[in-house]
Ligand binder design. Structure first.
Ligand SMILES: Cc1ncc(COP(=O)(O)O)c(C=O)c1O
Length: 315
């Protein structure tokens, strides 16, 4: 993964290396940050599509509000920041964009209300989150529970929550699995370490509700729209571990993961051990939407073109 040449840092475009912070940054020490992961999908040689930019920035602001951060930039500046970073640092292929807001250096007080909030948008070249070329993932149910609503804010995409994800991911990798599935504090299926989860049982699509301590995924929402559009019956309902084991199909969704089939859970084969027909149908439709071959909603797509322009400020 290669960082793009420019980042947006506190309102200006700067060379990527200049978007940096002190080791005493509050957000680095205590996890007081919120962030987003946005994809720009290649749609030909000189155009990319930033997918659901507005929805990501909206969740960014909500995450900030939930943990008590005041984002000092309006939405329009952030949308443009995302587009400028992609356009000015133009590279071929897909791009992963990372807006982040964090509490800066101010001291060691855990009450950060008087400390400055810094905001950055950086981006990386992106190929595939999981090992490319696999027919599906082998996953385990984690021994770690997903952060819950009485100890943190699972609905906020907040830095501190991701130690929980790192612990589960590390355990899964060390035991030879591709990914982990979290249960919530009640023992119901929650989600992956950076993905939402869906299962198919008797031709119905099922996904855990927000009350199962999940992140309100934008890909999850897109997949529900796809299901409605393709006439697939779906519902949100709490899912037990056993329902996971007896499912006909299981897949993850996420900005990084896209729609990725799961073919084995805790050593049990899912379906016939290959991507199922609903998963394939939904994955192909998701690909159509993110590459601009089909449009459900115009404002999901921000077209960015390589125009060779130079940064106007700060660089
Ligand atoms: C914990 C967690 N759950 C789910 C998701 C999927 O969300 P989205 O589809 O918005 O990327 C992510 C990724 O952002 C995540 O980090």
């Amino acid at each position: 993964m290669q960082p793009l040449k420019y980042a947006w840092f506190n309102g200006s475009i700067v060379p990527f290396e200049k978007a940096s912070c002190s080791v005493l940054t509050h957000g680095l020490n205590y996890g007081t940050s919120v962030f987003e992961g946005i994809r720009a999908f290649s749609a030909g040689d000189d155009r990319k599509i930033v997918f659901r930019n507005r929805d990501h920035i909206s969740r960014f602001r909500k995450s900030a509000r939930m943990i008590g951060l005041n984002l000092p930039y309006d939405d329009e500046s952030l949308y443009r920041g995302v587009e400028d970073v992609v356009r000015l640092g133009w590279i071929g292929g897909d791009v992963y964009i990372r807006p982040i807001a964090y509490v800066g250096f101010g001291g060691i007080n855990l009450d950060f209300s008087r400390y400055k909030v810094e905001v950055a948008i950086a981006a990386l070249s992106f190929n595939s989150y999981f090992e490319p070329g696999k027919k599906g993932l082998r996953v385990c149910v984690s021994s770690w529970r997903r952060v819950s609503g009485d100890t943190s804010l699972p609905l906020a995409k907040a830095g501190g929550n991701y130690l929980n994800s790192c612990l589960a991911k590390f355990e899964a990798s060390r035991n030879g699995y591709d990914e982990a599935i979290f249960l919530d504090e009640h023992g119901s299926v929650s989600e992956g370490t950076g993905e939402n989860i869906f299962l198919v049982y008797r031709d119905k699509l099922i996904t855990p509700p927000l009350s199962s301590s999940i992140l309100d995924g934008i890909t999850r929402d897109t997949v529900l729209r796809i299901a409605s559009n393709l006439g697939v019956t779906w519902h949100e309902s709490s899912v037990s571990r056993g329902e996971l084991y007896r499912a006909d199909e299981v897949f993850f969704t996420g900005t990084a993961a896209g729609v990725t089939p799961i073919v084995e859970i805790d050593g049990r084969t899912v379906g016939n051990g290959e991507e199922g027909r609903y998963t394939r149908m939904i994955r192909e439709e998701y690909d159509n939407l993110t590459r601009g071959r089909k449009v459900y909603q115009e404002d999901w797509l921000t077209w960015v073109k390589a125009d060779g322009a130079q940064p106007v400020s700060g660089a």
